[in-house]
Structure formats: structure tokens, C-alpha cells
Design a protein around this ligand. Sequence first.
Ligand code: KIV
Length: 623
Amino acid sequence: MASSILRNPMLSSPTTITTPSLPSFSSKPSPLSFRFPPSHHRSSLRIKSLRLSCSLSDPSPPLRRRRPEYIPNRISDPNYVRVFDTTLRDGEQSPGATLTSKEKLDIARQLAKLGVDVIEAGFPAASKDDFEAVKTIAETVGNAVDGDGYVPVICGLSRCNKRDIETAWEAVKYAKRPRIHTFIATSDIHLEYKLKKSKDEVIEIARNMVKFARSLGCEDVEFSPEDAGRSEREFLYQILGEVIKAGATTLNIPDTVGITLPSEFGQLIADIKANTPGIENVIISTHCQNDLGLSTANTLSGAHSGARQLEVTINGIGERAGNASLEEVVMAIKCRGDHVLGGLYTGIDTRHIVMTSKMVEDYTGMQTQPHKAIVGANAFAHESGIHQDGMLKHKGTYEIICPEEIGLERSNDAGIVLGKLSGRHALKDRLTELGYVLDDEQLSSIFWRFKSVAERKKRVTDADIIALVSDEVFQPEALWKLLDIQITCGTLGLSTATVKLADADGKEHVACSMGTGPVDSAYKAVDLVVKEPATLLEYSMNAVTEGIDAIATTRVLIRGNNNYSTTNAITGEEVQRTFSGTGAGMDIVVSSVKAYVGALNKMLDFKENSTTKIPSQNNKVPA
Ligand code: KIV
């Protein structure tokens, strides 16, 4: 047994806990890390009598204003801001964030529940997999009109060339509100080194390609001058004026490299608004990367200067340092829109924020930092005595958003609410309080897992429940499923593992292998069954609660040895795909194997769906 010193947020002094011996590996994993569960599920929940109202925002269900009717190039209410979510396109470009088609569809459905105006569902020309995913989303989510007439626009990205645009249109045209988003770079540095084209040539291409998109029958065309943040102003006004004449309905202004400061970006939007001919006939949009950590601030500054579409991602994921995060931008507008932003508002039902954030976190394997604004584990934790005292006297002393508004509910107990006698109803209620809205089937599978944990553990905490949801609900479609595992390990000999897996048809396969440790031997046995060689790039494990009976969650990142790649929309490069997997269980080897099998399932799904790869064009732009 190894022991680790951990800081328990509930106690003022460090706690020592013992952890099982660390597994060893043949590949190069990162060290195991154990940490305590998200602290808000405990420390904030300890505070009693929390049903006072917050000072700045009201949690009571929706007094949301009616969303104006969707017209591509016009919004009847000047204060309404469209939310364009690009989690499935820019977000999926994050290293390791590869999503399966089913995961993309789940996320798109969740984005529709959230009420985003536009879903950028992918870059259809990147691969057959991307194409199919966008098409499926267009056919399903893009046709699910709700009682208020709301249905999200489904958008596909394309470079400024005919083949990309045609492919994007073929994918999105099934939606009720299809949109093509086409882009070409406009900064001097991109023109000279990447495109090797003159300004006049780029204007010609942009104009022709927007016209071409319209000629296919698409009435909603977005154009982006890539790297607008570093583009020469006069050139921007000119190219934007030309694409408006050619039929663009939204002009998106990307700060592609995240270099601008909020005042600068706001001025850029104001200048474009003041100087571009025909701008009054289109919607101005922002797309701010987060390289200097300013994407949310820049986005808000853009909105303040007149942008009425904001491009964002869930949890702020995206290329490099990511994008403006939906939850930050939306909650900033909700909290301060009236006071500071002249009455701006969005159509987002913020009560779905937590669920969406967790789904994206689990599916992409990109964990949100504990202190992430709005959705981080500590976002509503009040740990210091002074803050807790203030909270008890009046919540508004330290809290500007009621957790209920984003889908979290507080109860009056310490968060340790369930045990082996708790029923389905109690579990459902607690899940709802934690922000999870699950259907009956999902609830059933969680309930049986919960019962089996409760049999072995006296108290099932919020953190345990969250780990079970990740393990049961947010999993890729199972091509392979772990049935049983038997391990021998220790100091007396080589570790040996026997695993039993079921394939997609339910047929059982058994293999046995030796290795340098229990996880290594188990992974090798899995490899013997699945026969899809992969390299383990990262491995980490967390104990979700303190104590020897804690549930362990494992996250792995793998790369297929068969080089699965896709085209990066922005650079045009072939990028090696990596695949993440997570697993949870009270046995650390079971948890580890589940994570590995999950990652392999993702990789196999990608392999199956991307047999036809569309070759990279290195951003060459045929007219
Ligand atoms: O960052 C960027 O410039 C983009 C555009 C395609 C909008 O993602």
C-alpha cells in the first residue's frame, strides 16, 4: 500500500489516506493522481437554509423572454443575441476530444434543450465520419421543432472552395434551417504564407464562393474572414461589403489567434459596423479564441459594440487554449445584460447548463478545472469561515448566481443522502438536484449500479453518483463490453490477467496475458481480444471520495497504431486522432479496463465511420 497526503477541503489540516499499490505500464503513462471529489458537492451543500433568493439573478423558472422569429439576416428585437455553439466543430478540434457520431448526436440534442440558436455540427468535408454526423444531426435535431416553433439552425463549416461547400450543403440541407459557414483568411500573414494570394484574388474567391453557396439553394450563408483580428481594416470593410452583395447573411469576425484585448475587439466590431457597406442588412458575429484568456471578455465587448451572434463552446473547449465558453458568456449576459449591456438577452434555458457541461466533459474526456467559472467543481463552494458566515446571513454576500439557475439544486443536508435503502425515487431526485436530467432507461441502469455500490458502501455520496453517471450514461456505443476480469499480482511473480469481453453481437471472448503490473497485463489481454493496436498516451486515476471504499475513476488517452487522422478545417493539415475513455468502479483494475475498452470503442467507431477520407487541400482555394 502506498500512502498519499491529500488536502481535504472539509478539514483545515491535511489528511493521510492509503491508496492501493500503483499499477505499472509498458507504455509511458503520466503518474497516477488521486484527488478528492468536486468540493462544491460537499462544502457548499453543508450550508443550511439556502432557499433565500440571490441578489442579482432570480432562480425561479423561466421568465425568459420570447425568442424572436428566426430570419437569417435580421433579428426583430435589437437586444436579442443569438448563441452559436461550435462545440462539435471548433471544440472537437481540441486534441483528444474526438467524439463518436452517437456522442455528437447526444450533444446536439442537449444543445437544443439548452436552446442555442445555431449548432455548428462539424466540418463535413473533413471525413466521411464528420459528414455523416452533421447529416444525422440535420435530419434529427434540425427537424425537432418545439411547441414555440424553436428549432436550431444546423450549420456546416467549409473552406472557400466548391467541393467543401457542396459537401457542407449535402450534409445540412436536411435541416429545417440549414446554414453554410464558409471562411477564407484575410490577414497579411495568412495571405502571404498560407494562401499565397493577393487581396484581390481573395475577394474574388470569397464573393464567388458565397454566391456559389447561395446558388445551391442555401438561404443562410455565414462568411468569416479568418484572422480578422490581425487583418487590415480597409480590406475587411471591402471584402465584407462584397460578400454581403453576394448574399452572405451573417458576417462572423474571428479573432483566430486570440490576440486582441477587449477594447480592441470591441472597436473592431464597432468599426466594421460603421464602415462596411450594407452591414445593416446582415448579422455581425464574434468568434474569439482564448490564447490570452480573454475570449469571454472579447465576446462581451463585441456584443456591446453591436454583434448579435456570439460563437462559443461548452466549457470553452476548442483549438489550443479554446474558445469563449457558452456558460460564461450566457451567464454574464443574464447577470449583467440589463445593467451593463443595454438590455441584451439570449434565448438560452440556463437550467440545462450543468448537464450539458458534464456531458461534454465526459464525452470529450476534457476535464474542467475545479475553479472554472460557472461549471467548475468549486464554482459554488464557500470554504472559508468568513464566506460561510456571510452566506448564512445573506447569500448575496458572496454569490452572484444562484446555482439553481444553471441546473444545480442545493439540499439542506451534507450531500451524503443515499444508502442501500434508498429507492429509485430518491436517486432520481438527487440526480435532478445535481443537474442530471436522465430518461427512464438511463435512470434504471444507474439505479442498479447505485444499489451495488450501496451494498458495499454505507453511504453513497454525490461524488459517487456523479462517477456512476459518467460510467453508465456518458459512454461511447459499446462495440466491446467488459464482462469479467481476474487478476493475479503482487511480489511473488508476474502479474497475470484473464479478461472476458463481449462483442457487439454478445459473443464472449476470453484472453489471458502477463504484464509488468495488473493494469498492464489486463490491457494486454484486452488487446489480444480486440486486435486493434493502440498506444497508451495518458493514464490517470482519481478516488472520488476519501476512504478505502472509494469509487475510482480512470481516464485514458490512446492513439491507434493504424494512424487514424482527419483534416483540420483551419490549417488544412492531417491531424492524428487520439481517443479518450473513462471508467469508474470500486476496483481500480476494473475501472482502468473499462476506461481502456471505452477508448478502444471510440477508436473503432471512428475507424468504421471514416473509411472514405477526403484528402487535405492545404487550404488551396480553387475558384
Ligand atoms: O478561429 C477561426 O478563425 C475559425 C473560423 C473558421 C471561424 O474557427
